[in-house]
Design a protein around this ligand. Structure first.
Ligand code: NAD
Length: 377
C-alpha cells in the first residue's frame, strides 16, 4: 500500500496532512509513504524531517501520486491534480462539498473515492478522527488570543498602585467546540465571560466553565438540537427574540467572539450593524463564522472592517495560524481513520462499505457522486 502526501495548492493553507510522527505509524502499518517536496514548509516540517521518518520525497505531485492507493490532503485537490493516479485512489481531506458539487463530480469522474473528513460522525469510536473538533478547538483558542491582541486594553482586572483597571467583558456566541475553548481561554486570561447558544445542553457546559449563560429559553430552544448534536436553523420569531435579548448585552461588551454554524447552511446572522454601532469604540468582534458568510452583518471575510471604532475581524483559517499544532492534530485524525481502512491481514487498502464511518464520509465511488445531497452537478 502506498500513501501520497501532497502539498496544498491553496496558498492560504499552511497546514499539512501528515507529520513525521504519523508517517512512522503508516510505515509500521506496512505502507510506503511519498511526500511532495515542500509539503510541510508552512507547518515547520522540512523535507529532511519527512525523510528521517522514512518517507520518500517526490519532486512534484504527479511523482508522489504515482502508484498511490491513498492521498492525504488538508483541502480538496482539483481533479486535474490526480492525472495519472490509480483508479479508486482514496482521497482523504476536508472536501468542503457544499456549493462545490461540480468539483466533487470532477473528482468522481477522475476515479477517486473521495472522503469528507468533516462528515465523520460525532460518535465515541470516531472521536480520534474528528477534524472539526481538533481544528475548532484551536480556532476558539486563537480567536481569544487574536482578540486580546486587537483589543487595546487588558483582559484581567489589574489593581495597581496607579489605580484599578477593569476586567474585559467577553461574550461568546455559539458554544460548540470552538466556543467552549474560547470561554476557557478568555477565563484564563481573566475576562468576565458570558455566552449564548440555541442548544439547551450548552447551558450547563457554559456554567461549568465559570461563565454566565444568556439565551431565549423557550419551547423552540428546548427542541433546537438535532439527533446529530448540531443546531437547527431557528425560526424568524426565535431570531427576533434572540436579537432583542442580545442587543442590550452586546452594547456592554468589550469583545464578542462568534462561532455559530448550522451544517450545510449559511452562518446565522446574530449581530446587526446597529448592534455593532452600539458598542464602545475600541471593542473587538472576532467572527469565526466568516468563512460561511459570518455571524455579523458587517463581517468581510478575510479582512478587518472598522465601524464606529469597533473592529470586526473576519479572519479565515484560524487553525492555519497555528499550523504546526493544527497539522499535528489533523494528521493524527487522518491516521486514525486510515487505520480503519486498512486490512490487518493483507496490510492493503480494504474499504468496508458497510462501516458507518465510511458510509458517512465517502462521497464518490465508481465514477459517480454517491451522496444524494451533492448529486446535482
Ligand atoms: P458547530 O460548529 O456546528 O456550531 C457552533 C455552535 O453554534 C453550536 O454549539 C451551535 O449550537 C451554535 N449555534 C447555531 N446556531 C446558533 C444561533 N442561531 N445562535 C447561537 N448559537 C448557534 O458546532 P460544533 O462545535 O461542531 O459542535 C456540534 C455538536 O457536536 C455539539 O453538540 C458538540 O457537543 C458535538 N460534538 C460531539 C463530539 C463527540 O461526541 N465526539 C465531538 C465534538 C462535538
Amino acid at each position: 500500500m502506498r500513501i501520497a502526501v501532497l502539498a496544498e495548492t491553496d496558498t492560504a493553507e499552511p497546514r499539512v496532512a501528515a507529520t513525521p510522527e504519523t508517517i512512522k505509524k503508516f510505515i509500521s502499518l506496512g505502507a510506503e509513504v511519498a511526500v511532495q517536496s515542500g509539503a510541510g514548509a508552512g507547518a515547520g516540517v522540512s523535507d529532511e524531517d519527512y525523510a528521517a521518518a522514512g518517507a520518500t520525497l517526490a519532486p512534484n505531485a504527479a511523482a508522489a501520486l504515482a502508484g498511490a492507493d491513498i492521498l492525504l490532503r488538508v483541502r480538496r485537490p482539483a481533479a486535474a491534480e490526480l492525472a495519472g493516479a490509480k483508479q479508486n485512489l482514496a482521497v482523504i481531506c476536508i472536501l468542503d462539498p457544499f456549493g462545490n458539487e461540480a468539483a466533487l463530480a470532477d473528482l468522481a469522474r477522475a476515479g477517486a473515492i473521495a472522503f469528507a473528513m468533516e462528515f465523520m460522525p460525532r460518535i465515541t469510536r470516531a472521536q480520534s478522527m474528528d477534524v472539526l473538533s481538533s481544528q475548532a478547538n484551536l480556532a476558539g483558542y486563537r480567536a481569544v488570543i487574536d482578540a486580546a491582541a486587537e483589543y487595546g486594553r487588558s483582559f484581567p482586572m489589574m489593581m495597581t498602585a496607579a489605580g484599578t483597571v477593569p476586567a474585559a467583558k467577553v461574550f461568546i456566541m455559539g458554544v460548540g467546540v470552538a466556543g467552549l475553548q474560547a470561554i476557557a481561554t478568555a477565563r484564563r486570561l481573566g475576562a468576565i465571560v458570558t455566552a449564548t447558544d440555541v442548544r439547551p445542553a450548552t447551558k450547563e457546559q457554559v456554567e461549568s466553565l465559570g461563565a454566565k449563560f444568556l439565551a431565549v429559553e423557550n419551547e423552540e430552544f428546548q427542541q433546537a438540537q438535532t439527533a446529530g448534536g448540531y443546531a437547527k436553523e431557528m425560526s424568524k420569531e426565535y431570531q427576533a427574540a434572540q436579537a432583542e435579548l442580545t442587543a442590550s448585552h452586546i452594547a456592554k461588551q468589550d469583545v464578542v467572539i462568534t462561532t455559530a454554524l448550522i451544517p450545510g447552511r449559511p452562518a446565522p446572522r446574530l449581530i446587526s450593524a446597529a448592534m455593532v454601532r452600539s458598542m464602545r469604540p475600541g471593542s473587538v468582534i472576532i467572527d469565526l463564522a466568516a468563512e460561511r458568510g459570518g455571524n455579523c452583518e458587517l463581517t468581510r471575510p478575510g479582512e478587518t472592517a472598522v465601524e464606529n471604532g469597533v473592529k470586526i475581524v473576519g479572519a479565515l483559517n484560524l487553525p492555519g495560524r497555528m499550523a504546526p499544532t493544527a497539522s499535528s492534530l489533523y494528521a493524527r485524525n487522518l491516521l486514525a481513520f486510515v487505520e480503519t481502512l486498512v486490512s490487518k491481514e493483507t496490510k492493503q487498502l480494504a474499504i468496508n462499505w458497510d462501516d458507518e464511518l465510511v458510509k458517512a464520509t465517502a462521497l464518490t465511488r465508481d465514477g459517480v457522486v454517491i451522496d444524494e445531497r451533492f448529486k446535482k452537478a
